[in-house]
Design a protein around this ligand. Structure first.
Ligand SMILES: Cc1cc2nc3c(=O)[nH]c(=O)nc-3n(C[C@H](O)[C@H](O)[C@H](O)COP(=O)(O)OP(=O)(O)OC[C@H]3O[C@@H](n4cnc5c(N)ncnc54)[C@H](O)[C@@H]3O)c2cc1C
Length: 573
């Protein structure tokens, strides 16, 4: 089936925070450009920016500083951050908050003196998280959406990208094949510049928190087109995912601010077990440390009946909790808990990908014409993202990508694409529809999620990773035989098969990178290599596709501003 063709100047793939900020900056800087947003779900209503509960980190208080925010980010990221990218994040985050309020009409919570209220989050040396109650993402996305709809931007909702288009030399990206999921029709979108902003999303784990439509599509497409990906082993598990067996709420994040205000974690013996893992910071330790502690308590038999532990806020002022966290109180009530008065059963939940497509300081990937921003990109957060730095990254780098593309696209002539590539993408995406009696997509998705949780999860080791790599290869072969039922229109089983395809690509990259990193760092914990090894591993695992699987390279981190020795000296002073 051939697709209709759409020619646009800039194609933005995704409809979350990074995509919308890119569109706003792009249309501001270069209003004459033809800009298209293609989004798998609904504009601003799909993706995780809307789900942001806790808030956005920015230096706003004179007693805080860029250097402190930077040092917190690098320490949290266990020195794996690309420091020039992290510096862009911290130095541009405050201006973006002002832009959100003054240009788009967002309104954040105030302190009694009228200044923007900033709350504590894990791993921060200063309370710098800007928020709107505990539903910050809704405030941001509603306003950004209103602003984008006021601009000259073509919005294609329920259009998922299924593959990137390249020129005949396979060196330059010139758009993407889109699937209009409502009508089941393909659209070939030719573009002079393409921005990936599909928001990563580690939904290949049995317990996960991102929006359900996300399935690492951007990373899988970029990898398939030959772009470099980096730090894929760095998957963040948020420590406090709600445990509600058999429910869609299972894995839903209870925000970090609950630990920030003094929430305590207990095991089945009634012990405040963080004393064993991080006695200085206790529950306010970084996510990697707290997640591992929760996981190990449960694995060593001190967990709840459903394999979690308990979060307890009952020693705090109940009215204050209800007022500060209305969203959390309401959502936990839906699962039968009383957050302010009783214990809530929680488990680590796969939350965020620090790894992704490799970018430079102008959001350019290693492929000409292809840009990436937000959770699709890598390098900003290192081995572990601090709470509040994720949405800041998406908005700051989305805006930056918009500015850069506006500047660069003028110099890019439209180049002829390789026609056969679109046909290949369409044939591959349509294949499950032609096999009525093939393997079951949902069954394979379940197997993938179990496998990743058990063998490539919070605690890893070489033997399990090798087993996982072999099982992933087998699952990938099986996925090539999937058959889906029904028609082309709004076919959710077909969507599941396409999701599985991307998730298998990203899962294989995660497992391969995790197997190669023989140390523990940030979110990547190897039981067989429990120590951090700065001599060998102050380095990224970079991968690109080769003939028979990923080609791996290990490249040193660019320590342009701070190195671990400076940090130690500073701590001793
Ligand atoms: C429950 C939850 C709470 C969070 N709370 C916080 C917080 O308090 N503070 C913080 O800093 N971070 C938080 N995060 C992380 C933060 O939400 C993300 O880092 C950030 O919002 C990602 O933004 P993005 O624009 O890259 O992607 P998203 O906002 O996730 O948007 C991705 C978009 O791409 C679309 N898409 C996906 N695949 C395709 C495709 N193939 N074709 C077309 N479109 C596609 C999606 O539909 C969606 O519109 C939270 C995450 C979750 C899950």
């Amino acid at each position: 089936m051939a697709g209709d063709v759409l020619a646009t100047d800039v194609l933005i793939v995704g409809g979350g925070g990074a995509a919308l900020c890119a569109a706003l900056h792009l249309t501001e800087r270069a209003p004459a450009l033809d800009v298209t947003i293609a989004v798998k779900g609904l504009l601003a209503k799909s993706g995780c920016t809307r789900m942001v509960q806790g808030g956005y980190n920015a230096v706003l208080n004179p007693a805080d500083s860029f250097e402190r925010h930077f040092a917190d980010t690098i320490a949290g990221g266990a020195f794996l951050n690309e420091q020039d990218l992290a510096w862009i994040l911290v130095t541009r985050a405050p201006a973006m908050i002002r832009e959100l309020e003054s240009r788009y009409g967002c309104f954040f919570d105030r302190a009694p003196d009228g200044s923007i209220h900033q709350k504590p989050f894990g791993g921060q040396s200063f309370d710098r998280t800007v928020h709107r109650g505990d539903l910050t993402g809704i405030e941001i996305m509603e306003r950004l959406r209103d602003a984008v709809l006021g601009r000259r931007v073509r919005v294609l909702e329920d259009h998922r990208a299924v593959g990137l288009l390249r020129d005949h030399g396979e060196a330059r990206v010139c758009g993407s094949v889109l699937l209009d999921m409502r009508r089941g029709r393909f659209l070939v979108a030719e573009a002079r510049a393409t921005l990936l902003a599909t928001g990563g999303g580690p939904t290949m784990y049995a317990v996960s928190s991102p929006s359900r439509e996300k399935s690492t599509d951007g990373i899988a497409m970029a990898y398939a087109a030959g772009a470099e990906v980096m730090d894929m082993e760095m998957v963040q598990f948020h420590p406090t995912g709600l445990v509600v067996e058999g429910s869609e709420l299972h894995g839903m994040v209870l925000e970090e601010g609950l630990r920030g205000v003094g929430g305590r974690l207990y095991n089945a013996l009634g012990e405040r077990f963080m004393e064993r893992y991080d006695p200085a910071r206790m529950e306010r330790a970084t996510r990697d440390v707290v997640s591992r502690a929760c996981y190990l308590e449960a694995r060593e038999g001190r967990g709840s009946p459903l394999g979690g532990v308990w979060l307890d806020l009952s020693h705090l002022d109940q009215d204050e909790i209800a007022q500060a966290f209305p969203g959390m109180v309401e959502r936990t009530r839906a699962a039968g808990y009383d957050l302010a008065r009783g214990r809530v059963e929680i488990s680590p939940t796969a939350h965020y990908l620090m790894g992704g497509v490799r970018i430079d300081a102008r959001c350019r990937t290693t492929l000409d014409g292809l840009y990436a921003a937000g959770e699709d990109a890598s390098g900003v957060q290192g081995a572990n993202r601090l709470g509040g730095n994720g949405v800041a990254e998406s908005l700051v780098f989305g805006a930056l990508a918009g500015d850069v593309i506006a500047e660069e696209v003028g110099a890019r002539p439209r180049i002829p694409r390789d026609e056969r590539e679109a046909e290949r993408h369409i044939a591959q995406a349509s294949a499950p529809l032609r096999r009525e009696r093939g393997a079951d997509a949902y069954d394979l998705l379940d197997r993938l999620r179990r496998l990743m949780w058990d063998k490539v999860g919070v605690v890893r080791d070489g033997r399990l990773l090798d087993e996982a790599i072999a099982e992933l290869a087998e699952l990938t072969t099986r996925a090539g035989t999937i058959g889906v039922h029904g028609s082309r229109e709004a076919n959710v089983e077909w969507a599941a098969a396409l999701n599985l395809h991307s998730l298998l690509v990203a899962s294989t990259l995660i497992a391969r990178a995790a197997a190669s990193r023989t140390e523990s760092r940030g979110a990547h914990y190897r039981a067989d290599f429990p120590a951090q090894d700065d001599r060998e591993w102050l380095a990224h695992v970079v991968m690109r596709s080769g003939g028979d699987g990923p080609r791996l390279a290990v490249r040193p981190v660019c320590l342009t501003r701070m190195n671990p020795a400076d940090a130690l000296a500073e701590a001793d002073r």
